[in-house]
Design a protein around this ligand. Structure first.
Ligand SMILES: N[C@@H](CCC(=O)N[C@@H](CS)C(=O)NCC(=O)O)C(=O)O
Length: 505
């Protein structure tokens, strides 16, 4: 059965990214136009909610296997068809290259997407849905987005693409919203002369042509058309800068159901994680804040669960010293450093690296079966559910309730009520997810569950808000009670931070 892509009929959002990856990988698909809007609950049909509990697109149906979260979908497609079309991710067996790829993906998820989205929302979506752009909010959003692009400029001065020296899923994920700005508003923030390296990587015609060229060389046997539907689609999305599109125009469907014969793989042997336990480095350093909460705590818990010795280096993030910025261009912690100088940042990428490097040591926190592409895909789906739905909702609450008063600003009660309502709706979707599976990454406890411990426990502990354990969400309640009682979290609470533990065990 041909793979189905449920997505909005527009050249933006995660659906467009998935369509581009399908095209580059030369995977036939049937496009099912599915327009949903956060502003209009009636667009979230029971059929969509049964597939995607958050009522969002894109979703794919691969012969009955339903998967959502655009980044997880792209990773799945790459693993399913590794040698078809251009290669868009490193081999999973190369754990350091994969770690740097995951680091870049996490940077895109947390440091690019939300900032690009805020600008697009203010200047495109708000007026599109009958509202008005607020010039003050737009100017702040643009300033914040540009400050992230300044850091991107530094990263891209050292490497050709966002995840290393070849075009990857990470670069393509940047296409979900940012290009809409130049197309619809003339704000060409991505190609400013003062950021030549960002402009260079803002996927240009030349780069795409090169990707297409590589693809056609690799795929001579399966695709011969010089101007195949895939290349047309990519040109529409990328090369022509979306000129063929307007919001809501029906174009994607013309390119659906492409008639190729992909060499489909069921199980990836190269994605087998190394079975051997390498001797843990005695001098792994963890740079993090000395507190319970945040990504540093999660990394410390995973280090403890995996029984990996480490030295904790208490690292303040203010002021942003040249030393900190040299290790982490955004000036954030946690960062790990191995004996031979290999450094990694972004807590989720760090935890995934530790699990892959020491799969059988301590508690196994990886997907149920790392050789099963679908189990891996559900783990990745959980990873991005947490990153794009749970984390932003809970973090905004913590900002309003804890950080704002802490920095002397007053609380806005109405805003707080809206944030609580928003988090409640995320947890309602979690209830559906957890009604079908035991944990967020599948039926097994994984690092994805640990990621939820970064901020959410503070709601009950510090603010007395017991939103995670409401009786009307019995599955969330069951899952959460187990997660907050994990011994590594209890231990962190008992020692009140990381400093008292210099190494483990
Ligand atoms: N993290 C998700 C985000 C999906 C998302 O926000 N999709 C938009 C369309 S591009 C949507 O469905 N919006 C409706 C809503 O959020 O209610 C992904 O990358 O797939």
């Amino acid at each position: 059965m041909v793979l189905k892509l449920y997505a909005a009929n527009r050249a933006g959002g995660g659906g467009a990214v998935v369509a581009v990856v399908l095209a580059i990988k030369r995977i036939p698909f049937e496009f099912v136009p599915t327009d949903v809007s956060a502003a209009d609950p009636s667009t979230k049909t029971p059929e969509l909610l049964a597939m995607q509990p958050f009522g969002q697109v894109p979703v794919i149906d691969d012969d009955g296997f339903i998967l959502y979260e655009s980044r997880a979908i792209c990773l799945y497609l790459e693993q399913q068809y590794p040698s078809q079309g251009a290669k868009l991710a490193p081999d999973l067996a190369d754990i350091r290259a994969t770690a740097l790829f995951n680091q870049a993906m996490s940077v895109e998820t947390f440091n690019f997407y939300p900032f690009a989205y805020r600008v697009v929302d203010e200047v495109i979506f708000k007026p599109h849905y009958g509202g008005q752009t607020d010039p003050t909010l737009l100017s702040t959003a643009l300033k914040d987005f540009e400050s992230k692009l300044d850091v991107y400029e530094k990263i891209l001065a050292k490497q050709r693409y966002t995840a290393g020296n070849s075009l990857s899923i990470v670069d393509l994920s940047h296409l979900s919203h940012a290009p809409l700005l130049a197309r619809y508003t003339g704000i060409d923030v991505m190609t400013r002369a003062e950021r030549p390296n960002v402009a260079r990587v803002a996927v240009t015609e030349m780069e795409l042509e090169a990707a297409l060229h590589r693809r056609s060389r690799l795929q001579r046997s399966t695709a011969t058309q010089a101007d195949s539907p895939a290349s047309t689609l990519i040109k529409i999305f990328l090369i022509s800068g979306y000129t063929a599109y307007r919001l809501g125009e029906a174009k994607l469907s013309q390119h659906s159901a492409i008639n190729w014969h992909p060499q489909r793989r069921r199980v990836s042997s190269s994605s087998h994680l190394p079975a051997t336990v390498r001797p843990p480095s005695m001098v792994l350093k963890l740079h993090a804040a000395n507190r319970v909460g945040g990504g540093g705590s999660v990394v410390a818990m995973v280090l403890a669960a995996k029984r990996i010795p480490f030295t904790f280096i208490s690292t303040p993030i203010q002021p942003k010293t040249p030393g900190l910025l040299a290790m982490q261009p955004f000036g954030k912690v946690p960062i790990i450093e191995e004996e031979d100088g290999f450094r990694l940042y972004e807590s989720r990428a760090i935890c995934m690296y530790l699990q892959k490097k020491y799969p059988d040591q301590g508690i196994d926190l990886g997907p149920a079966d790392p050789t099963d592409l679908r189990a891996q895909a559900l783990f990745d789906q959980g990873l991005f559910i947490e990153a794009t739905n749970f984390h932003p909702a809970v973090y905004r609450l913590i900002e309003e309730i804890i950080f704002k008063p802490f920095s002397g600003r007053g609380q806005d009660r109405q805003h707080l009520a809206e944030l609580l309502h928003n988090f409640d709706s995320v947890l309602d979707a979690y209830e559906m997810v957890l009604g079908k599976q035991k944990y967020i990454g599948g039926d097994k406890l994984t690092i994805v569950d640990y990621f939820h411990l970064a901020h959410a426990p503070l709601l009950a502990r510090i603010c007395g808000i017991h939103i995670m354990t409401k009786p009307e969400r019995p599955n969330v309640c069951r899952w959460w009670k187990e997660v907050v009682n994990l011994p590594q979290y209890r231990e962190l609470l008992e020692q009140d931070g990381l400093a008292s533990r210099k190494s483990y065990p």
